[in-house]
Design a protein around this ligand. Structure first.
Ligand code: MN
Length: 398
């Protein structure tokens, strides 16, 4: 079981026009967010963060729950900035201590940090910084590139290397707190830590006065020192502490785990496959239409003409191309009443070359014409009647 008393205050400071810090504290969670971004957008980012952390942690109460709440806040800020151009570029730090419950129901204090807001532990008047600043200068100090003293005045000491609202991937420092009863934890935005030295902070925050008094004096001290930034302070005093059975000290990255990545790439490849098969179907459809069109045209062409032929000595009318087209073979339409022998011999020969006519009537007229020519050439010998009536008056010339 972990219980704390708390006091809190926030102040715009002396220089800034608005307070873009946001904070919240109750007996289970303490959180400060230091927002950045013009046109009050920083205020939006810090508000989103504090609200989500507060609401989600109230529901979950676990390390994972608080971690997930911070990730959710990060995505919510990015989404809001995407939807509201005036919020573009906004971001926020977040520092939080939650009483996190394990599976046995033991609640122990766990610190979460992204950015350069700070957590200090105070014991017996001594101060120890628990959080690492995620600023360029402080990262360089940790790399040995700068000394701590150089970092205090380095031009890039305010440039953050991590913040919420920058990108979807987020690294969150998670630390199980090793605390005794009576210890105090101070959470603050950089508006306090930039104005007061560690010694000043230690002296004021450790004073055996009321917590409220200490908080008020920290804010006053920062304002007197310049008050160049918004100042936010939460002071916790632990009355009872349970330590984590398996203490955590790690940076948790939100880089997608391999399973999620493969699911993602699987989704992509499914999408790609769908697009691919869609194109295949479209192309196949076009080819099918072309093929059908081709067959129809061929069919039309194959049966577009009529011709006369010698069918066992009878002048017959066939429809189609004499030699066929593809699998469309000529078909006999009818026999005329004319015998091949009743045509002039030259015309009998002509039958074998299959003179084509565009219509059945034209073919019949031509047959009649050939027969008439034969009749005339035989000096008016008997004509043969036809059972086929041909009403067309025009007679085709041979
Ligand atoms: Mn600040």
């Amino acid at each position: 079981m972990t219980r704390w008393r708390f006091a809190t205050a926030t102040d715009t400071g002396v220089v800034r026009a608005t307070n873009q810090d946001a904070l919240y504290v109750d007996n289970q969670i303490a959180v400060i967010a230091d927002g950045m971004g013009g046109h009050a957008a920083g205020e939006v980012a810090s508000e989103i963060t504090v609200n989500i952390v507060r609401e989600d942690f109230a529901l979950s109460g676990s390390v994972e729950g608080l971690h997930d709440a911070i990730e959710k806040a990060n995505l919510a800020i990015i989404k809001d900035a995407g939807a509201n151009p005036e919020h573009f570029g906004m971001g926020t730090t977040v520092i939080a201590v939650g009483v996190t419950y394990d599976l046995e129901g033991v609640g122990s204090p766990t610190l979460f940090n992204v950015g350069d807001s700070r957590a200090y532990q105070l014991r017996d008047g001594a101060l120890r910084q628990l959080s690492d600043d995620h600023s360029v200068a402080e990262e360089w100090v940790r790399m040995g590139r700068l000394t701590a003293e150089e970092a205090l005045t380095h031009p890039r000491r305010h440039q953050l290397t991590r913040a919420l609202g920058v990108e979807e991937k987020l690294d969150i420092d998670v630390l199980s707190l090793d605390i005794h009863e009576g210890d105090r934890i101070l959470l603050c935005s950089d508006g306090l830590s930039n104005e007061l030295s560690n010694e000043e902070i230690a002296r004021i925050a450790s004073a055996p006065n009321s917590l409220d008094d200490a908080v008020m004096r920290l804010i006053d001290g920062a304002k007197r020192a310049g008050g160049n930034d918004n100042i936010s302070v939460i002071l916790l005093e632990f009355e009872e502490v349970s330590l984590a059975a398996t203490p955590i000290k790690k940076t948790v990255s939100s880089a997608s785990p391999p399973v999620a990545q493969s699911a993602q790439s699987q989704a992509n490849s499914i999408r790609r496959r769908r697009q691919f098969s869609w194109r295949i179907y479209a192309i196949a459809g076009v080819f099918a239409l072309l093929a059908v069109g081709f067959v129809l045209i061929m069919h039309w062409y194959a049966y577009s003409t009529f011709y006369l032929a010698n069918d066992n000595g009878v002048v017959s009318v066939y429809q189609g191309q004499p030699n066929g087209v593809l699998w469309f073979h000529p078909q006999k339409v009818l026999d005329t009443t004319y015998q091949v022998s009743q045509l002039r011999s030259a015309d009998q020969q002509a039958l074998s070359v299959n003179i084509a006519e565009p219509t059945l009537n034209a073919a019949l007229n031509y047959a009649a014409y050939l027969h008439t020519a034969w009749t005339l050439s035989n000096n008016g010998s008997t004509t043969t009647t036809t059972t086929v009536t041909t009403t067309t008056s025009k007679v085709k010339k041979g």
